[in-house]
Design a protein around this ligand. Structure first.
Ligand SMILES: NC(=O)c1ccc[n+]([C@@H]2O[C@H](COP(=O)([O-])OP(=O)(O)OC[C@H]3O[C@@H](n4cnc5c(N)ncnc54)[C@H](OP(=O)(O)O)[C@@H]3O)[C@@H](O)[C@H]2O)c1
Length: 178
């Protein structure tokens, strides 16, 4: 049995997700959504994203993918490649009774995880900043939009934003002969 893989990402209207290994916007509403989608679950992230956060986040497990065997921060699990990180996250999700394995970035890890991803929980942030890391629009052939909620900027949000959920369409199993 495998637990669904769920990419969680905040993307500007122009596809930018980061600059100088940092988040670009202040958006408390999105941080709250991120928290609700990750609490109690084993998150998978790249080493650069981990370093931009700087510590394990409370209430969830962190699995950091890195090729550096010496990178062993306290309070996180590490894996030497993405397949190993996902396998470990699946094990931990089953042990925790978690409903999903969140993949939380950054660009490099999203790109590699996309073929295995079942769900994408995307926050479209309505701005067009300069950046150095991007996330592509989900391919409509592979992913169906299953939910959309638009929000004006709240008191602690720099921009308005839209939460959009995507689910992978059933995988094409090819022609069947009978
Ligand atoms: N807007 C959002 O939702 C969001 C979310 C997360 C991050 N971000 C942004 O994204 C940016 C960081 O993304 P990034 O693409 O530069 O880096 P990243 O994906 O966070 O991390 C890349 C690192 O992960 C490790 N890695 C990746 N693939 C691997 C593999 N197959 N096997 C082993 N290790 C692997 C490598 O670490 P080693 O070099 O240690 O080997 C690699 O250098 C930042 O600006 C951050 O703020 C945005």
């Amino acid at each position: 049995m495998s637990v669904p893989l769920s990419i969680i990402v905040a993307v500007a209207d122009n596809g930018v997700i980061g600059r100088d290994n940092q988040l670009i916007w202040r958006l408390r509403s999105d941080l709250q959504r991120f928290k609700s989608l990750t609490l109690g679950r084993p998150m998978v992230m790249g080493r650069k994203t981990y370093q931009s956060i700087g510590k394990p986040l409370p209430g969830r497990e962190t699995i950091v993918v890195t090729r550096d065997p010496a990178f062993r921060p306290e309070g996180v699990l590490t894996a030497a490649n993405l397949d190993a990180a996902i396998a470990l996250a699946q094990e931990r999700a089953l042990a925790l009774g978690a409903d999903s394995v969140p993949v939380v970035g950054g660009g490099d890890v999203y790109r590699q995880a996309m073929p295995a991803t079942d769900l994408i929980r995307l926050t479209r942030v309505h701005c067009a900043p300069e950046g150095d890391t991007w996330f592509p629009d989900p391919d409509p052939v592979l992913f169906a939009e299953t939910g959309r909620e638009s929000h004006p900027a709240g008191p602690h949000d720099e921009f308005s934003f839209t939460f959009i959920d995507y689910s992978r369409r059933p995988r094409d199993e090819g022609p069947r002969w009978s």
